[in-house]
Design a binder for this molecule. Structure first.
Ligand SMILES: [Ca+2]
Ligand SMILES: [Ca+2]
Length: 311
């Protein structure tokens, strides 16, 4: 297995419109790798919060510089793409994520001469593909900046943007979610705001709530189909709406008709955590076997009169 690894260190900056000073925060490092011809990140969600602002904003041309690359060839091209609209949540109870009128600016690493800057608003097509690599010379890690512009109606809260890395040389990474909280946001409300953004940006096919799609979702996919009460008792790292995540053929229903779509999805690459990728037929057979086992298991327990539920 060939493994190329380099680091994308994400800085994060909060820019106050109308103020001369700017607030600087540091984002979570994103580790990007290429394994067996496929890009992958080390986490499905990255968070950044700003406690005490740090002044002043460093020069954009200095901070997002690229120091080095190891692994991925400088001849390879890697792009950063937006895969869903920009979302915003204030984390209020019973609230929801909304598409903000404000702007999130992404400043990509430079190539020794210049840097790339893209503004993302509520529309998905603002960042159609930002060239993240190649860079000249040896590069071990790259820096990016995310600038939250306090414009429009969005104020204190959390921004959520789903991104992915793509490349002509590699299969695309799974989408990953970037969560950025403004410096004056109460971190006690961060989980609520995040949950509202998670709901706005579901990961289709993720049935075990890790925001990844791989073989581990198969038994949960089946359980959600055949025994929803048991499935609903489960607690996941990230919230899951089975009827949304499981409706892979986009017909508005989560049912047996989605099984084949999950098989195709897994055969198409799985996720960053998947180590083997089955053929569609193999995946479908595995799911069918799991389904039959669970159905038989439930029937047996019901038949003996002692257990009415399986888990
Ligand atoms: Ca999953
Ligand atoms: Ca469906």
């Amino acid at each position: 297995m060939t493994r190329h690894t380099f680091l994308v260190i994400s800085g994060a900056v909060l820019l106050f419109t109308g103020l001369e000073q700017n607030a600087l925060g540091h984002g979570t490092p994103i580790q990007l790798s290429a394994v067996d011809g496929r890009l992958q990140t080390d986490e499905p969600v990255y968070e950044s919060t700003f406690e005490e602002p740090d002044f002043p904003l460093p020069s954009a041309t200095d901070e997002p510089g690229v120091d080095a690359v190891s692994g991925i060839s400088v001849a390879d091209q890697v792009y950063l793409e937006v895969t869903s609209p920009l979302w915003f949540s204030t984390g209020t109870s019973e609230g929801s994520a909304v598409v903000p009128t404000g702007t999130l600016t992404i400043i990509g690493p430079n190539d020794g001469q210049d840097y790339y800057e893209y503004n993302v608003t509520g529309t998905i097509d603002t960042l159609a593909g930002m060239l993240w690599l190649p860079h000249e010379g040896q590069v071990d890690h790259a820096h990016g900046l995310y600038v939250l512009s306090d414009e429009g109606t969005d104020g204190t809260g959390v921004y959520g943007l789903q991104l992915q890395f793509s490349s002509p040389q590699f299969a695309s990474s799974d989408p990953f979610l970037l969560l950025l909280a403004t410096h004056d946001f109460d971190e006690a409300d961060f989980d609520a705001a995040s949950a509202q953004i998670f709901a706005a940006v579901p990961v289709l096919g993720d049935m075990n709530g890790d925001r990844l799609v791989n073989q581990e979702d198969v038994p949960l996919f089946v359980e959600a189909l055949v025994n929803r009460p048991a499935y609903n008792l489960r607690e996941f790292e990230f919230p899951v709406d089975a009827d949304v995540n499981g409706d892979l053929n986009d017909d508005g229903r989560f049912d047996l008709g989605d099984l084949g779509s999950l098989a195709n999805l897994l055969a198409g690459g799985g996720s960053a955590e998947a180590t083997t990728v089955p053929e569609p037929g193999v995946a479908l057979m595995a799911m069918t076997a799991t389904l039959m086992h669970l159905l038989f298991h439930r029937r047996s327990k019901v038949a003996d009169g002692r257990l009415r539920r399986f888990c």
